[in-house]
Design a protein around this ligand. Structure first.
Ligand code: MBD
Ligand code: FE
Length: 310
């Protein structure tokens, strides 16, 4: 049997009915996209002669893995694909230059303290790791310092765990998370306890999938950024440490050329100088920031840290 089976009138009629394309109500875009998604699934079933047992195993996996969907999506390359697609569309529109974008990942939390100056990101002591000092500028396409920029920065601790998602619940809310308001010189500076690389939760759904693919679930040590400023496109990016063993083998495909600085390690300190360049926005609707659902928390509430799902 070949995939043309899916194109038979009986299956095509089934697809039309299942997706509601001939119904007057509902959302036309959802209908069109879902029809193609179901059809592609059918084609995969036929092309690989997927058995009933295999199909239901996959459905069980989907049902059980929903809490890790934010890890599975980067792990199977889809989040990086979205970046490549955005890059290609930007290139077509003549929008090039600036610091490369790369994946957000699932571990941002809204509501981090808004701070100014040379800031400390690390509320918790995290003994025994170096102190990272990171400095640089945020400029526009002509090298002009951007005005009223806010740099959102977040990273893991020395165990590779993020506050609000730490299985040990040992971190203070917003540890290693800040929003830094820049001055008119467009300079930023922060220091924090050096992060370690991230690994997916052992035995979790993502780990199971990676093992079944003969892969691993490790990321190099990295620091995430959103950079927003009026009149510029919001940049979503990260720097990954160029000297990390996983710098060339990131399970989430978030490492990119131009985003791999090597920290200068000197005793208890490590230094990274890194300048960001933003693209100018063509209008208010071009800030380039998705409405992805993001976890949020209150900065000041002295409640027990809750562990979120990714
Ligand atoms: C991370 O810390 C991360 O940045 C990504 C992209 C995926 C999983 C964990
Ligand atoms: Fe991360």
């Amino acid at each position: 049997m070949d995939a043309s089976f899916v194109k038979t009138p009986e299956i095509q009629k089934l697809l039309d009915r299942a997706s509601g394309v001939n119904e007057s109500g509902g959302n036309p875009r959802l209908k069109a996209v879902l029809r193609d998604l179901i059809e592609s699934t059918m084609e995969v079933i036929v092309r690989h002669d997927v058995s009933e047992s295999e199909f239901w195993l996959a459905m069980k996996y989907l049902a059980d893995s929903s809490g890790e969907i934010g890890l599975i999506v980067p792990g199977i390359g889809l989040e990086h694909f979205l970046d490549l697609y955005l890059d290609a569309k930007d290139a077509e529109a003549g929008l090039t230059g600036g610091t490369p974008r790369t994946i957000e990942g699932p571990l941002y939390v809204e509501g981090a303290p808004l701070v100014e100056g040379n800031v400390n990101l690390s509320t918790d002591p995290d003994e025994g790791t170096q102190v990272l000092h990171m400095t640089g500028t945020v400029t526009g396409p002509d090298g002009e310092p951007v005005q009223d920029a806010i740099v959102h920065v977040w990273h893991a601790n020395s165990k590779g765990w993020y506050s609000h998602f730490d299985p040990t619940s040992q971190q203070t809310p917003f540890n290693n998370r800040r929003r830094i308001k820049l001055g008119s010189d467009g300079r930023y500076a922060f220091h924090s306890k050096m992060p370690s690389g991230y690994s997916v939760p052992p035995q979790g759904a993502t780990d199971q999938l990676m093992q079944a693919l003969g892969r691993h679930g490790n990321r190099p040590a990295h620091v995430h950024f959103f950079i927003e400023a009026p009149g510029y496109r919001t940049l979503t990016t990260q720097i990954n440490f160029g000297d990390d063993p996983f710098a060339a083998d990131d399970f989430a495909f978030g490492t990119r050329e131009g985003l791999l600085p090597v920290p200068s390690r000197q005793g208890d300190s490590a230094y990274i100088a890194f300048d960001f360049q933003l693209q100018r926005a063509s209008g208010e609707s071009d800030e380039g920031f998705s409405s992805r659902h993001r976890a949020s928390a209150q900065a000041q509430e002295p409640t027990e840290p809750e562990t979120e799902t990714v």
